[in-house]
Design a protein around this ligand. Structure first.
Ligand SMILES: *Cc1c(COP(=O)(O)O)cnc(C)c1O
Length: 409
């Protein structure tokens, strides 16, 4: 299962850079891993996957790790794609499914990106990692760094959810709270990088987290027998998930692995979902811009969406527009009710980021943008259990035992 990765390409001007050297960005914008897909198309049949482990490393030809012994893994199994008929009926949809990423190591899809980023960092000789995080990325980076035996420094806003604040330390990272937002934390990493010898693992500032997120698109397509859904809703912060999926669909098409109309160029409509408390991508989408301005005073309970400025803004907006989808925001007040409603309808633990997707979906169905017979996939990017503050808030207090009025419960 040799990698077909060939070079790194600048996303802004197409400049090619060497693959087997530590690279971060080019002209201040992300680098993309390119593969020799012509050769892969001739040499690799999708049937080879049948005999492999059901984890993300099964797509090794389309991943950048050069030697298998450099893989840093915590057992990233394929996540379930679950039909949700009860929740679908509430929304007026016949085919609603949830791709449940809460099963992954450290309880969020961030492990996909970190598995690849840390594997490549190790492969290229890095010993010290650092990153800013809005929440789940810090825990995932700390866990994979520990697994690889690398040092890790994590910088997060001081009002990051409790579990995220604790888990980085749990896995032995040097974790720090910063009085500011994720981009302020990013500044600390940038300024300290040289003196501290850090390799910066920030979203899209190195090319490999994106390749890990890409496996979401590969896995979804394989689970749907090499077809794709009509509509995808994705909670969008830094955007690697959405951009990674879009890249996956493109690579699958070039490999000739897609079926039917999907092979002929049809793509799912992508909906990038944000909270009105931090909606830079939605604002740029509505204004017809390709780049987003920083969103001032960003505030949302969905910490993964609290990204006021995304270095890959144009990659997100290009993908959403090319897909015929939209970037949409919903009022912050709708997030927690939807988190509870979706979680209680089907027994899945829906994170507040994904709650934004359900509120958007409600609007899209009401507006007729998404029709009842559409095949819809909503991405549950993390485990509800990681958001203890959000979970605790609406619980009614139980009376002391003995005073319980059973009829009132
Ligand atoms: C990081 C994160 C997001 C945002 O993901 P991007 O791919 O960076 O847009 C959404 N949900 C959760 C739970 C996250 O941790």
């Amino acid at each position: 299962m040799a990698s077909y990765a060939t070079w790194l390409e600048s996303s802004i001007d197409g400049t090619r850079l060497e693959l087997d050297r530590l690279q971060s960005m080019h002209a201040g914008r992300p680098l993309l891993v390119r593969y020799d897909l012509e050769r892969a198309r001739r040499e690799v049949r999708r049937e080879v996957l049948a005999g492999r482990e059901r984890d993300l490393w099964r797509y090794g030809e389309l991943l950048p790790v050069q030697r298998r012994e450099n893989i840093v893994s915590l057992g990233e199994q394929a996540t379930p794609l679950l039909a949700c008929p009860r929740l679908g009926a509430q929304l007026g949809l016949e085919h609603l499914t949830i791709k449940d990423e809460s099963h992954l190591p450290t309880g969020s899809f961030k492990s996909r990106g970190m598995a690849l980023a840390v594997s490549r960092a190790k492969e290229l000789g890095v010993t010290r990692l650092a990153l800013p995080t809005a929440g789940n990325a810090g825990g995932a980076a700390a866990a994979y760094a520990a697994r690889a035996g690398l040092e890790c420094y994590v910088f997060m806003p001081k009002d990051t959810p409790l579990v995220n604040r604790l888990e980085a330390g749990l896995h032995g990272a040097k974790a720090f709270l910063v009085d500011g937002l994720i981009d302020d934390c990013g500044k600390v990493v940038r300024e300290g990088a040289e003196a501290m010898g850090w390799f910066d693992l920030s979203t899209l500032k190195e090319p490999y987290r994106l390749e890990g997120k890409k496996t979401m698109g590969l896995e979804l397509c394989e689970q749907l027998d090499w077809t794709l859904p009509d509509v995808i809703l994705y909670p969008t912060g830094g955007g690697t998930g959405l951009v990674g999926m879009w890249k996956a669909f493109d690579e699958l098409a070039r490999l000739g692995w897609l079926e039917g109309e999907w092979a002929d160029g049809r793509r799912p409509r992508l909906f990038a979902c944000q909270s009105a408390g931090c909606a830079p991508i939605v604002r740029a989408f509505d204004a017809g811009e390709r780049h987003a301005l920083r969103f001032e005073n960003a505030a949302t309970v969905a910490s993964g969406l609290r990204v006021p400025a995304a270095v890959g803004d144009f990659l997100i907006l290009d993908a959403v527009r090319a897909s015929g989808g939209q970037a949409r925001a919903v009022a912050e007040e709708r997030l927690l009710p939807w988190m509870f409603r979706a979680s209680s309808a089907e027994g899945l633990g829906i994170c507040p980021e994904t709650a934004a997707c359900f509120a958007v979906l409600e609007d899209l169905v009401n507006e007729g943008v998404v029709s009842p017979e559409s095949r819809v996939v909503v991405w549950n990017t993390g485990a509800a259990q990681k958001y203890v503050e959000a979970l605790e808030a609406p619980l009614p207090e139980l009376p002391a035992l003995g005073d319980i009025d059973w009829a009132a419960l």
